[in-house]
Design a protein around this ligand. Structure first.
Ligand code: GDP
Ligand code: IMO
Ligand code: MG
Length: 424
């Protein structure tokens, strides 16, 4: 006690890494429970920038226990790269543990991610090509390779032969791609297993015991609600459950452990990858937000699509995640835009309004955002020390946003640094 969840409420990249880093200063344990290295979480401390993909953002605090739960898919090669780059910067990874049940991203998953995207032609999802979807497919097909297998060479060799043969057949005969040399893969992944062995431990047990001992736990969400496999913009989603409920299955703890759920949003909206985006701005304002906000993917470097804050989406997230409060980041990015807009409802093709995010893309098609306009602000707010110091127009924007989404805003981000947060 207490156990907090931090989740994304839009399409990812809301600044979860920054919020988790800030709250981690008061946490004993930080847990990742889903997704993989498709995530890119940025933490900025005194000008030092850290981009984390698989390792929980609590790693920057030397006494914080960092856990990677069973629901994560782990690319060992990338993971080792991340470990080494942190260690090279003097960050200890001694307090890091990985659940043996987590599934391993194998090279054929990465190949199949690229091949299936190419096969979809113009209807590709725009994945990060990290093999995430194919790894979760194998997990649910019950033929995946887990971290336990990776650190047991005889089991690993057997499983690579068994699934690798089928994967090679699919790659070569369905997609016309190149087969993997399974002996080479076995040798390479056996070495990764040796490197990972000291980190393997039961994350369900560790989390349960930490909670019983009265420690403060933070569950670090990756991706976001609109990328959830069920509650996102299917099929333009990721293959896991980034919503708050995913934390319990992805860690192996009961829902009664959770005491507080914080949603993170930007003061506007961004999306990287394909799929619907009702409030997208395909104009100078959109370009301005992209350039001022540095909206380029942390993982793939792709330019992020930008648009107005969509209260329909965040209202959906408030409900689906059971949010207690919201952190609104990047308010500073909206400076010097004369008129700000918030979408409060969608107008359907038959002229009726809806305040709820539709279940299917077909239903979303033809919906038009209904906006409320606000006067913008020109002040540099990045050095404000308290919420009260913000210009009146900023306070009004946040107050109305709270009203439209039905959730209180407890933190406002005014810059990328750890210190640039206004807590209420
Ligand atoms: P995450 O995936 O949700 O952790 O977010 P990312 O790290 O991918 O993207 C958020 C970006 O916004 C990063 O470059 C952060 O450093 C930056 N950022 C976070 N909060 C703020 C803020 O309040 N203001 C500004 N200007 N940048 C922010
Ligand atoms: P963080 O944790 C933004 C998007 C991809 C693509 C879709 C499916 O940094 O917020 P995948 O590789 O998961 O199969 O791609 O999901 N996506 C993200 N977008 N932030 C992320 O993570 C994302 N992780 C996946 O761009 O549209
Ligand atoms: Mg990100």
């Amino acid at each position: 006690m207490p156990a907090n969840i931090v989740v994304g409420t839009q399409w990812g990249d809301e600044g979860k890494g920054k919020i988790i880093d800030i709250i981690s200063s008061r946490a004993d344990v930080v847990v990742r429970s889903q997704g993989g290295n498709n995530a890119g979480h940025t933490v900025v401390n005194n000008g030092e920038v850290y981009k984390l993909h698989l390792i929980p953002s609590g790693i920057l605090y030397k006494d914080t226990l960092c856990l990677i739960g069973a629901g994560v898919v782990l690319d060992p090669k990338d993971f080792i790269g991340e470990l080494e780059s942190l260690e090279a910067r003097g960050i200890s990874t001694a307090n890091l543990k990985i659940d043996p049940r987590a599934h391993v991203v194998m090279p054929w998953h990465i190949a199949l991610d690229g091949l299936s995207e190419a096969f979809r032609g113009g209807k590709d999802i725009g994945t990060t090509k990290r093999g995430i979807g194919p790894t979760y497919m194998d997990k649910y097909e019950r033929c995946g390779i887990r971290v336990y297998d990776l650190v047991h060479p005889e089991v690993l060799a057997e499983k690579i032969q068994a699934t690798g043969k089928l994967k090679n057949k699919i790659i070569t005969e369905v997609y016309g791609g190149e087969a993997f040399d399974l002996d080479k893969v076995t040798a390479e992944y056996t070495e990764y297993g040796k490197r990972l062995l000291p980190y393997v431990d039961d994350v369900s047990v560790l989390t349960f015991e930490a909670d019983k001992a009265g420690k403060t736990i933070m569950f670090e969400g990756a991706q976001a609600t609109l990328l959830d496999i069920d509650f996102g913009t299917y099929p333009y989603v990721t293959s896991s459950h980034p919503v708050s409920a995913g934390v319990c299955v992805g860690t192996g703890v009961g829902p009664k452990m959770i005491t507080n759920i914080i949603g993170v949003a930007k003061a506007y909206t961004t999306r990287v990858g394909k799929g619907p985006f009702p409030t997208e701005l395909d104009d100078e304002t959109g370009d301005k937000i992209r350039n001022v906000g540095g909206e380029f993917g942390t993982t793939t470097g792709r330019p992020r699509r930008t648009g107005w804050f969509d209260a329909v989406i965040v209202r959906h997230s408030v409900r689906v995640n059971g949010l207690d409060s919201l952190a609104i980041n990047k308010l500073d990015t909206l400076a010097n835009i004369p008129i700000l807009k918030i979408c409060i409802a969608y107008k359907k093709p038959d002229g009726t309004l809806t305040e709820h995010f539709p279940a299917a893309l077909e239903e979303l098609e033809g919906c038009e955002p209904v906006y409320v306009e606000f006067p913008g602000f020109t002040e540099d707010i990045s050095k404000c020390k308290s919420f009260d110091e913000l210009p009146e127009n900023c306070k009004e924007y946040i107050a109305r946003l709270e009203e439209y989404v039905g959730c209180k805003v407890s933190m406002v981000g005014i810059g990328p640094d750890r210190s640039q947060i206004l807590e209420r």
